[in-house]
Every structure is written in structure tokens, then in C-alpha cells.
Ligand binder design. Structure first.
Ligand SMILES: [Zn+2]
Length: 360
């Protein structure tokens, strides 16, 4: 049983929220082509917001005003885009060359089914059959040049420039969820719920950003536009918490499934504001919400650009841990998602200017 901040009810994850995450996960929104996710976001947030706009780059910027005199301006950001592929050349007969958009290893691609373009046209990523190889061919690394996307005969609907994603339908597996693009549809779904359950003590400035996976491009202009007092970035970060079958103890796991939301101290592009790190930990401990500290190291979120806008914006990231991100299917725990909603919602509800007035 989790205790809540006095009068604040944080979002509860149930069938309705899982259904929404399913729609978000199955939607295709490779960087620069976020329209399908944007459409879902707009229809979900409009009834709950004071102001909703889509900016020049395609970010969805939502304002939900608090009550009272001069509430704090708190930016929450979640990126809508996902890593994927882009068709670059066709032979005219349904065979395409392609490029990778964002961080995907070419070795992950051979033989995978994909969805192409707005109509989710089914295709497969082909490789020379093993049967036709010579000698050690099968031991050589797979390069992008060895691969192609095959849609069968051309459908007339797909074209060069279209994006492609892994063709993975979302499913619930008991206490877990499996789907593509849970990095970062989980953050998107969490932010939608927080808008629906926004505490009244702050102005909630929600940015559903574009083009995070190719260099945090949307977040940059969103942070400039909002000019907030502080920012909390919602994302999903890798959990590499697998058993070390025949090696030493696994000490480089980044995060662990089932251990609660991951609070960031530092990654390759941001050192979280120490006052916000303390405040998050204090909130989790006071309200008995499970949490973990993400192992400081590489990787990054939209915080990397947000904290450097204007005159500097105190920032922190909080992620739901997930296994196998940037691959055809990720696995996450329902409980980690619920605790992330609790932690961020509860923290927002008890935010005061004193949090940033303290020492670093
Ligand atoms: Zn992400």
C-alpha cells in the first residue's frame, strides 16, 4: 500500500491506461514522422488542458494551469519519436535499400518483420540465405549494405522517404508488458496521465517532443518556449539486469526491472540538478514509493538539451526501466510504471520554490 501526498491522488494504472499504452506502442513514429503518436496525444490531452498547441517542429505543448498566486512553472517532457528505418532507394519491384534512424545495430535487423509508412505496410528485412554462403561467411558481421527491405511486389503505397518500424504488436504478459517503442511511449503515456491528474499547486507545462532519438532537437525549442523554473524528463532507460551465467557478478546493469522508477544522477549529456535529485529521493522515501538510482554513465534524455536553454533550467530525468530497448521488443514491469506515476505525481504535488532555494 502506497501512501499519497495529503490531498493528491496520483494516476492509477489499470486496463484503460494499458489500452492507451498499447495504441501508443503499436503506432509508428520514427523521428521526424511523429504524426500518428501526436494524433493520439492531442485527442487524450485536449479535454484536460488550458492550452494545447503544436509548434513549428511538431512538438505538442500543453499548459495545465494551477491555482493560487504565482505557481511554479514546471516543464515535463516525454519524447514521442522512436528509432527505426528510412527507405532510401527502390528497384521498382518492392525491394528497398534503407538507412537506420537513431540507435539500432545493423546486426539486430536481419530477418525482422517491419511496418512501413502511414499504412503500416508489412515487409521483411532480408539477408542472403545461409545456404548460399561460403566458408566462414556466417561468422562475418552484418552490414547495412547486406540488407534490404522486401514488401513483396511494390504496393504502390510505400515510397522512398517512408519510415519503417519493427512489426511488433503490444501484449500484456502477466506482470509485464511487451511491445516496440516502449522507449518512450511509456513516458508519453505517463505524461498524459499526469496531465489528467495534475496537482493544483503548479503550472504544468507538458512537452511531447519530436526527434529526441536523433539529437534532442524538439526538446530544445520546447524548453525555450516554455521558459520553466525547472524540468522533469520522463523516459524509459535500459535494464541490463540479466544473470551473469558464467562470468563475475553483473555490476553494469544500468537499472533493474521491478526496482521502481530510475532517478538520474548523471548521464553522458546531463548532470541532474542535485537539489532535484535530493527532492525526488526524499519524496520516494517519505511516501514509501520504491525507486532506484540509475547507474551514472552513458546514455541520455531530452534533459541534455533542456538544462542548457535560456539561462539554464534545473533538470532531472526519471525513467521506467525496460529491457531490450532499440530492438524489436522491449519488456517492462507494470509495477515500475505505476510507481513512476506515483513518484512524479507526488513530487509535483509537494513542489515549492524552497526546493530550488536550498543549497546544491
Ligand atoms: Zn528514450
Amino acid at each position: 500500500m502506497t501512501m499519497m501526498a495529503d490531498e493528491y491522488n496520483s494516476p492509477q494504472i489499470g486496463d484503460e491506461q494499458i489500452k492507451l499504452l498499447e495504441r501508443l506502442s503499436n503506432a509508428c513514429a520514427v523521428s521526424g514522422d511523429e504524426g500518428e503518436v501526436r494524433k493520439i496525444v492531442l485527442s487524450e490531452v485536449r479535454p484536460h488542458a488550458n492550452e494545447v498547441k503544436v509548434d513549428a517542429l511538431g512538438n505538442v505543448l500543453v499548459t495545465k494551469r494551477g491555482s493560487g498566486w504565482d505557481p511554479m512553472r514546471v516543464m515535463l517532457a516525454a519524447h514521442m519519436d522512436e528509432v527505426g528505418l528510412m527507405l532510401t532507394h527502390t528497384n521498382g519491384g518492392g525491394i528497398y535499400r534503407f538507412e537506420i534512424v537513431g540507435g539500432i545495430a545493423a546486426t539486430d535487423l536481419a530477418g525482422k518483420a517491419v511496418w512501413i509508412g502511414k499504412d503500416h505496410i508489412p515487409g521483411v528485412i532480408g539477408l542472403k540465405p545461409l545456404h548460399l554462403g561460403h566458408g566462414d561467411d556466417h561468422k562475418k558481421p552484418i552490414n547495412l549494405e547486406d540488407l534490404h527491405i522486401d514488401v513483396g511486389p511494390a504496393t504502390g503505397k510505400e515510397k522512398v522517404g517512408d519510415r519503417a518500424t519493427f512489426a511488433t504488436s503490444f501484449i500484456r504478459l502477466g506482470l509485464s508488458l511487451r511491445g516496440k517503442a516502449l522507449d518512450n511511449r511509456l513516458g508519453v503515456a505517463t505524461l498524459i496521465e499526469l496531465i489528467k491528474h495534475a496537482p493544483a499547486n503548479i503550472d504544468l507545462l507538458a512537452a511531447f517532443t519530436v526527434q529526441e532519438e536523433i539529437g534532442l532537437r524538439g526538446a530544445r525549442v520546447a524548453a525555450f518556449a516554455f521558459d520553466p523554473d525547472l524540468a522533469i524528463i520522463l523516459d524509459s532507460t535500459p535494464a541490463y539486469d540479466l544473470p551473469a551465467w558464467d562470468a563475475d557478478e553483473n555490476v553494469r546493469y544500468n537499472t533493474r526491472l521491478g526496482a521502481g522508477p530510475a532517478i538520474y544522477i548523471g548521464d553522458s549529456s546531463t548532470l541532474s540538478d542535485p537539489r532535484l535529485v535530493r527532492f525526488m529521493i526524499e519524496t520516494a522515501e517519505k511516501y514509501k514509493i520504491p525507486y532506484q538510482l540509475r547507474q551514472p554513465g552513458g546514455g541520455g534524455t531530452d534533459a541534455g538539451t533542456i538544462h542548457k536553454q535560456r539561462e539554464g533550467i534545473p533538470s532531472i530525468s526519471v525513467s521506467v526501466p525496460g529491457r531490450y530497448h532499440h530492438s524489436p521488443a522491449s519488456i517492462v514491469r507494470l509495477a515500475d510504471w505505476q510507481h513512476t506515476c506515483n513518484l512524479v505525481g507526488t513530487a509535483l504535488s509537494r513542489l515549492t520554490p524552497e526546493v530550488l532555494a536550498g543549497e546544491r
